[in-house]
Design a protein around this ligand. Sequence first.
Ligand code: NCD
Ligand code: ZN
Ligand code: ZN
Length: 444
Amino acid sequence: MHELVLKSCKTFYRGKLTSFDIGVDSGKIVALGKGLEGEQKIDCSHKLVFPGLIDVHVHFRTPGAEYKEDWVHASRAALHGGITTVLDMPNNTPAICSEKTLGMKEEIVSKNASVDYGFYLGASTDSIELDEKITPNFAAFKLYMASTTGDMVLDSPNLMFKVFRKAARLGKVIAVHAEDESIIKKNISLAKQRNKYSLCYHHEIRSANAEAVAIERVLKFAEQTNAFLHICHISSAAGLKVLKDAKLKRLRFSCGVTPHHLFLTNKDVEKLGNIAKVNPSIKTSADRKALWQALNSGMIDVIETDHAPHAIKEKQRAYEEAPSGIPGIETMLPLLLDAHNRKLLSLETIFNCCCKNPARIFGLKTKGKIDIGCDADFCIVDLKREQRIGARDLHTKCGFSPFENRRVKGVVEKTIVRGTLCFDSGEFVEAVKGRNLFGVFCSK
Ligand code: NCD
Ligand code: ZN
Ligand code: ZN
């Protein structure tokens, strides 16, 4: 008799869609098979079960900008989206670039998280100095090559090389926001001269070329240092072309795409206004087509939300003053399931890019798959049920979504974290205490 049994689960097991019961004790998967008995039973027949999704790119805004988002709201938003593990970015106030600021962040987040998590450490002169003998209590490095929310640009080739070398020595992934700052600056001044400094030109200001050039630059650092590079939120055909060439050269890297780059184009941005202002910019339909092709060919490893909420008041400012960033953590999976129903992508790609690959790339050994010994994190979805995405049903503190009013076929029904049913049919039934999955914090 197990504490919890998920009955008749259709799920991915060792790469194949299979059906069995899952037995859970003490938050771990302990049995797979038929006819398992449990004190608590959840009938999963006619449903699809994913391992809890892993979102490797979120901005939950603690410390310093809790008026935009906080971990209580964002954890709920994650659970609503079937996501049970998140990796949170360092562009906070203060920026998270040292052991000290990591500790400060942990103090607050550990009290409020109800999903498991890890933190990025920002690339800076501080993190270059990091003592290599201390257990590194962070998930990965994050390098901002261009200005975006948080002012953490590190553009000097010498410093960039040093951060890559540090990442290689510590065996940490280095995730990069790859846009070239000098090209963007040039484009801004050109746009101003031509009276084209406005939202409908955002995709030409933060251009495809700015992305492609930046990717080329960091690939060189990765090659020189042997660090493992993750290119965040790829947005253009030109950027993909650089990556394709790098694949042929057998360079070591991975790359992620966001739902907003997959499901929106610059034409949507014109209609939506600043709520769809984001970096890298949302580009043309030709770029979007290239992203879908790359996703379906296995060229893209990860789907990451880049959940980056801002207050609606800030988004209502003029183009040049409105901050960039789009919330996405609770709409990603429904959008992907809908895309599957429209025959745009396979369930296997969803599983690979939202569970298996994120766990592999970021070294989350007990996450992202359903197997004996893994954490009992699950997301149970109904592929056939339809819903309309509505701001009222969202839990993110910012309260808006560029996908509002979309009808999608595919609903997250239940989310389970380490054996506890947390989210069920629109309700939060129980909360677990989220754990930091990296380093010394775990033992606290
Ligand atoms: C992000 C934010 O607001 O933190 N904004 C964005 O446009 N994506 C930062 C980032 O990922 O660039
Ligand atoms: Zn970014
Ligand atoms: Zn981001």
